[in-house]
Structure formats: C-alpha cells, structure tokens
Design a protein around this ligand. Structure first.
Ligand code: GLA
Length: 376
C-alpha cells in the first residue's frame, strides 16, 4: 500500500509524494559545504491539495487526525513544516493560492529518516503545481532544496544542512545522489545492490533522541569556529592531505576531533563514489564502517544502541555498517548479502534484548524515486 491510498476519497487539484532518505555516507558534512551521498527510501509522504475560495490554508494529517488552519500567524508542531513552505514560497515572491491540504506518510517519525523533509518537499511540490496552474512561475526542482532548507532553518528553527531536502527532491530510483553541498552540483550514481547480490538493511535503533537539537547545533558551531581559526570559508576547504597541518593549528582537542571527522568523512564520500563508479559495491562496506567509527570516536554522536547494532551486524557478516542521519539515536545501515539480512536482523534483536534495549525495527530498502506526481 502506498501512503497515498490513505487520502480521503475525492478529487484533488494536485497530489505529490516525496520520500524519506537514508544517507549512504557523508554525515555532518553538508553544513561544512562538503559532500553527501544519500538515497531515497520507498517510504514517502503524500500531500494532496484542493484550491479554496476563502483566504488561508488548512492542513489535515491522516496520522494525527488534526486539522490546522493558518494565514499569517506562526504555526508550531508538525504543521510548521507545511506552514514554513507556504511562508518561504511567499518570501520568494510567489503568490501561493489558498488551499486545503491533506497529508499522509509512511516514513517513520523521529527515526532520523527525514520525515520532516519529506513533508516539506511534498508540500512544496503541490503548492508549486497550484501556483503554476494559476499562471504563476514554475520553480525548477534544482532550486527547491535551498528554499525548503530555509523554511526548516528560519521558520521551524532547526539549523540543519541541505542534504535531506536535496535527497527528498532530487533522488532517482536505483541511484544514490552525490551532492556537492557548496556548488549544489549533483550526480546520480548507480547503486543497484540487488544486482550485486546484496541488500541494504535499515535497523531503527528506537533509541530516544535526547538533546539532538542542542548537540547538533553545538557540532555545527564547533565546525564553524574551527573554519574561522583555520582561515577557510568552511571545513570543505581542508582536504585529507592538509589535515595534519590544520590540526596542528588548533589547540582544542575536542575541536580537533570534530575537524578530523568532517575532513576524513568528505574523503570517504569521494572514495565511496569512486568504488560505486567502478562497480565495486562490497568496497563500500569498509568505508561505511570507518565512517561509523569516526562518528563514534571523533564526532561523538552515536549512542550504545547504534554502536551495538553496528558491532553485531559486522560480527554476523555485514560488509559494513554505520549510523545514518544526525545522530544520538536513529537508524543504522548495514550492507549485507541478500540472503543474510534476516539472520543479521535477528542477531541485532537478540543483542538488544540481552542489553535491555527496546526492540529495534528492521527493514530492507532499495534506492527509490525522489519527489514525484501522483495521479488520482
Ligand atoms: C540531519 C540534518 C542534515 C545533516 C545530517 C547529518 O539529518 O538535517 O542536514 O546535517 O543530520 O549528516
């Protein structure tokens, strides 16, 4: 069943779907102007719209059953992701037609799979469709991620980078999206795991996301402070060859570790892209594991649940495993043989039970399509 099939019956003026994402590699590099390599999940958020005669907008969530109405007032809670997109489109000079919106999603919430970016990007797609239908200008897909990120940063108030909105908008089925977060240049890199006899297993650690917003902001600040001290625009401007020199210029040990993560992580993205272009999918595994170790030891954003999931997956035959997303909980990705995902998931469940952790969820994902129109 797709999320769209749960919309109320009737006709709509526009229906669009945007997916959640996982990030294959390149964590906390986006706000450092670096590289990321996400792919879209089969799970998506669907937003449907009907024009209305009265001014303002309403949005009804299938999940919460609530309807929120708004015009110019500030909206809080889940509906802020919708109201933020109306706000940012108007800020950018678009005349957004009044509309009733419905929203339904099968992207797990609070699992670090970008359920909020999926809402933002699907909302933007339906509103752009309504704007176009009423004679307004189009907004090319390539320009949408920046605007959706601005809604998240300035309206919702979360200081995130551009990865999630770019992934939800621009990803293609069967591919990972290689994104340069400075130039916003993209390359669709083929990532056909099934053809290689592999599978990507997602393990949702279900670990409670404590302090995620403040810790995320602290990491970001530390990177920006380091860039200033090093006299560069962003940590993207330090490469692995220059890392030791850069570290020697920094007195603070914590800051040195943060810089080492970002600089080596950018290189791991480049190495992963090279391995995928060469059709060497199994080589991606060790890069994923190195990324996890860097997040655990240098960036200090993992928690015992995700470290356990990674360790147990590797012990049971995964080629590589890492936490994906902002951290402090969320999901682990493991690159595994196609016929081993069930045994690996079972081993992780057992280890969680033995450690007294809440039971994890797990599912296999294939790289799926980004934002797309749904016909109803
Ligand atoms: C969250 C943010 C992204 C990115 C990741 C970490 O998902 O929304 O912009 O910074 O964390 O890679």
């Amino acid at each position: 069943m797709t999320a769209g099939s749960r919309l109320p019956e009737g006709s709509y003026d526009a229906v669009w779907a945007s997916p959640g994402r996982v990030n294959l590699i390149g964590e906390h590099t986006d706000y450092n102007d670096g590289f990321v390599l996400p792919f879209a999940l089969p799970h998506s958020t669907v937003v449907a719209a009907r024009r209305r005669a009265e001014p303002g907008w309403t949005v009804t969530s299938e999940q919460t059953g609530e309807t929120v109405a708004f015009q110019d007032e500030k909206v809080e809670g889940w509906a802020a992701y919708v109201a933020g997109i109306v706000w940012v489109l108007r800020e950018a000079g678009h005349d957004v037609p009044p509309a009733d919106l419905w929203i339904t999603s099968d992207v797990p919430f609070g699992a670090g799979l970008s359920s909020s970016a999926a809402i933002e990007c699907a909302t933007m797609a339906v509103l752009v469709d309504l704007i176009r239908a009423s004679g307004g200008a189009d907004l090319p897909m390539q320009l949408r991620p920046r605007l959706a990120q601005r809604a998240e940063n300035e309206y919702v108030g979360a200081p995130t980078g551009i990865m999630d909105q770019a992934a939800s908008t621009l990803c293609r089925a069967g591919h990972a999206l290689f994104l340069d977060c400075r130039s916003l240049a993209t390359e669709q890199v083929p990532f056909d795991v099934a053809e290689a006899g592999l599978a990507v297993l997602v393990i949702d650690s279900k670990a409670p996301h404590a302090h995620v917003t403040s810790e995320y902001a602290a990491r970001r600040r530390s990177c920006e402070d380091a860039a200033k001290l090093l006299g560069v625009t962003a940590l993207r401007d330090v490469d692995v060859a220059g890392l030791d020199d850069a570290l020697a210029q920094l007195d603070d040990e914590v800051m040195r570790r943060r810089v080492r993560h970002v600089v080596t992580e950018d290189q791991r993205v480049l190495d992963t892209v090279a391995a995928l272009r060469a059709g060497n999918l199994r080589a991606v595994g060790s890069l994923m594991t190195a990324s996890h170790e860097s997040m655990r030891d240098d960036y200090e954003i993992t928690v015992p649940q995700v470290d356990t999931a990674v360790r147990v997956a590797l012990e049971h035959g995964a080629y590589g495993a890492r936490m994906t997303g902002g951290g402090f909980g969320g999901c682990v990705l493991a690159l595994v043989n196609e016929d081993e995902h069930e045994s690996i998931a079972a081993a992780v469940r057992e280890a969680f039970a033995a450690n007294g952790f809440a039971p994890p969820d797990s599912f296999v994902v294939t790289p799926s399509a980004g934002t797309r129109k749904i016909s109803r």
